[in-house]
Write a protein that binds this ligand. Structure first.
Ligand code: MG
Length: 250
């Protein structure tokens, strides 16, 4: 069941989204060689709490940290720990915050120091695939038109879109209906209606789309060891352009 949000619910989600955006801004100066992913997690948690919000991911299905920190070949759900990031790495940070019972969820991939041209292109294509997808995030469009646009852009750039994980509705729960695959057939899927809030999140692999999960039960890696990137925003379907609740658009 897909929940349509009321104006007052949307207002809470805007506030949650703003906290998520602010957390990325708070983290950016610390994304440097030598920092551990656990240190980034601590900075994020303290910032979220300082805003009167709660980290959505902490203890979610038992997840042991406030953010996901996924380095290089880790696609998503990397657990913050003692791993130090190095010059030339890419790191995907996925952050959720809850305000007054409503969630915001977003992810960005960052360069650590100087990265290869290939890694930079992967990051750029991943981010742009989100924007290609949300061209169809409009009242009256079909959900899988978003999926198809993401897939087409990613594959036309020579990369693979991860298929085992997808985006999702979001609101009172971090993960609500509908599931939003990042591949699919344009013109199919549910019809989008204003007031829907969706987390659109392409996960893009440099090599094949297959993934494996490490023994910790969380960390998702590319099966072939290639690099992966992730980009996500929580958006609101409106009468016109979608509103990006976790980005600076307001
Ligand atoms: Mg998400």
């Amino acid at each position: 069941m897909v929940y349509i949000k009321s104006a007052s619910e949307v207002e809470k989600m805007r506030r949650a989204g703003k906290v998520v955006y602010g957390t990325f801004e708070a983290l950016k100066p610390y994304i440097k060689a030598g920092v551990t992913t656990k240190e980034l997690d601590t900075i994020a948690r303290e910032f979220i709490l300082s805003q009167g919000a709660k980290p959505s991911f902490l203890n979610y299905n038992g997840f042991p940290a406030s953010i996901c920190a996924s380095v290089n070949n880790v696609v998503i759900h990397g657990i913050p720990g003692d791993l130090k990031i190095n010059d030339g790495d890419i790191i995907s940070l996925d952050i959720g915050a809850e305000v007054d019972g409503y969630h915001g969820d977003a992810a960005r991939t960052y360069a650590v120091g100087n990265i290869s041209d290939e890694a930079k292109k992967l990051m750029d294509v991943t981010q742009q695939s989100f924007f290609e997808g949300i061209k169809y995030a409009r009242h009256g469009e079909r959900l899988f038109s978003i999926s198809a646009a993401i897939q087409e852009y990613v594959e036309s750039n020579g990369y693979s879109i991860v298929r085992n994980y997808c985006g999702h509705g979001i609101g009172k729960k971090l993960h609500e209906d509908p599931e939003i695959p990042n591949h699919g057939k344009a013109g199919h899927g549910i019809r989008l209606v204003k007031g829907m809030t969706l987390a659109i999140e392409p996960m893009v692999n440099q090599g094949g789309y297959a993934t494996n999960v490490l023994k910790d039960g969380w960390t998702v890696i590319t099966a072939d060891g290639s690099l992966a990137a992730h980009y996500e925003n929580t958006i609101l379907i409106t009468d016109g352009e979608p509103e990006l609740l976790t980005d600076l658009q307001r």
